[in-house]
Design a protein around this ligand. Sequence first.
Ligand code: SF4
Length: 400
Amino acid sequence: MPPVRKKVVKPAAVAAQTPKSAPAKPPAQEQQPAQAQPPPPKPQQPLKPLAWGLLPAEWKAACAEFRQPAFRAKQIWKWLQQRRAISWDAMTDIPTALRDKLAERYDITAWTDDAYEQSADDGVRKLLLCCRDGVRIESVIIPARDQSTLCISSQAGCAFGCAFCATGKCGFERNLDPGEIVGQFVAAAAVATRRLTHVVFMGMGEPFANYDNVIKAVRILNDFDGIAIGARRMTLSTCGVVPGIERLATENLQVELSVSLHAPTDELRSKIMPVNKRWPMTELMAACDNYTRTTGRVITFEYTLVDGFNNLPEHADRLIELIKPMKGRVNLIPLSPVEHFDGVAPDMESCEAFARRLQKAAINVTLRRSKGKGVTAACGQLRLSRLAAAASAQIPVSDI
Ligand code: SF4
C-alpha cells in the first residue's frame, strides 16, 4: 500500500451551502420495549426542483410566468452558473419579490451534508455528498499536470451489477436529477484547488440508464454563458447500453463516448458484465459502428486486463477483429485489486505484450497506470483507475 493520508474534511465553501433549516441530527433513540412498534415514517415533502438543473430557456419561461422581463432570466442564469451563488439573497440585482418567488419554487441547495476524503500522494479527492432526501453519492476530483477532471455520478447506486464494481454490488437507489448532476460540479469547483477542466460520467451509476437527465446536465455544463465545459472535454461512459449509444448518435453533441468492453467474447463478457446478456456483443458493436459512422467520432473502448482471463494472445486477436472496422481506440487497464472480485492484474510485461499486439495491427492503444489509490473510488477501485487514467498517467504504446 502506498502511504496514504486519508481524511474527511468539511470544506467551508461547500459547507456554506448547507441550509440553515437543515434538520439537526436526531438524538440517539432510547431503547424501546420489545413489543413497541416503531413510529410511522413522517410523510416526505415533495422536493422542489433544483435551480442548477434548469436550462436558459426554462428560466426564460419561468420569468415570463412571473411577469418578469426576459433579461431577468439571464441575470438568474449568470448568478447561478457563472458566479455560483449559493443563496437567493446573494442575487442583489434581482428584486426581492422575485427572489422570494424563486425561493418558494426552487431549491438552490442540493446537499444537506458534504465532506471529502483526500489522497495525499496524488491529490485525488473524493467528495461525499448527501442529497436532500438522504441519498448519498460521490464525486471524485482528479488533478493532473495540465488539467483537472471531475468524475460525476449519474445515479445513486446502479442496477447493472458489473462483477468488479463496488457500486453495482450495493444495488440501485434512484436516478439523479439534472440539478444534482450539475450540483456535483458546483460543489467540487468550490473545493478544487484548480479550475476543473474536464468532466467524466464514470462515477456511480450508468449514465444511459438516466439518459434524459444526463444529457440535460451535459447541455447545462456546456453552455457557453455558464460553466462552459467544452463538449469534447466531457466523456460519457457506458457499460454497453445499446439504446443509449443509438440515441447519443442523434444528439449532435461533441462529447466523448467510452464503452466498457473488458472482454472480447460474449462468453467471457457475460461472466463479468450482466449487461452483455441483454445487449450481446453483436448488437453492441453494431451500435458502436453506427455511432462512429454517424458522428465521425472515435469511441474509446475500456479493456481491463485480468491475468489468465482476458489477456491471452487470442483475446488480443479477437479484440482487433472487433475494433478494426470502426473508429475506435483501446485503453488497457491492468486490474486494480477489488475486494469482492477474484482476479489479479497480469505483470507489466504481459500487459505490454498485449498492447504491442494491438499496436502491430494498427489499433490506437494506450496502457494505463492507475492513480488515486488513496481514496476509495466512487465506483470501485477498478473504475477509479479508469477515470484517473482518463485524466493522466497514460502511456502511449510507442513509449513501452
Ligand atoms: S461499473 Fe458502472 S455500470 Fe457497472 S455496476 Fe458499476 S456503476 Fe454500474
